[in-house]
Design a protein around this ligand. Sequence first.
Ligand code: 5GP
Ligand code: ZN
Length: 119
Amino acid sequence: MTNCIFCDIIAKSAPAEIIYEDDLCMVITNINPLAPLHLLVLPRNHIPSLNDISSADETLLGHLLLTAKAMAEKMGVSDHGYRLALNTGKGGGQTVFHLHIHLLGGKQMDDSLLSRGIA
Ligand code: 5GP
Ligand code: ZN
């Protein structure tokens, strides 16, 4: 066990519903879903937040987005539409400090994103 729940999930020392994994990332269901479909795309490496990303991570970031797109297709929400969110820092609503992209779908997303939260 580490002090990072997502590192523990990636190491399979903590439980999660794993939807997909490859060399660079893992996709799990959110333990507290805010939409009928709520997945989290996690890089395998521990990167605390987007603030810790550099140009060396360009390929990884592209891979995370392409994975999110592929998961939307796999889960059948591509045509209807979906939302990706990447909370950064405490003030940005981030609560788990291991970089992750939220994939939310399966309902009509509220368009007042900025005033009412991500879903
Ligand atoms: P954040 O607020 O940092 O952008 O998002 C963290 C997300 O991780 C939250 O939506 C929360 O529900 C989810 N989460 C926190 N702990 C766990 C866990 O142990 N397992 C899973 N699957 N999701 C978690
Ligand atoms: Zn971590």
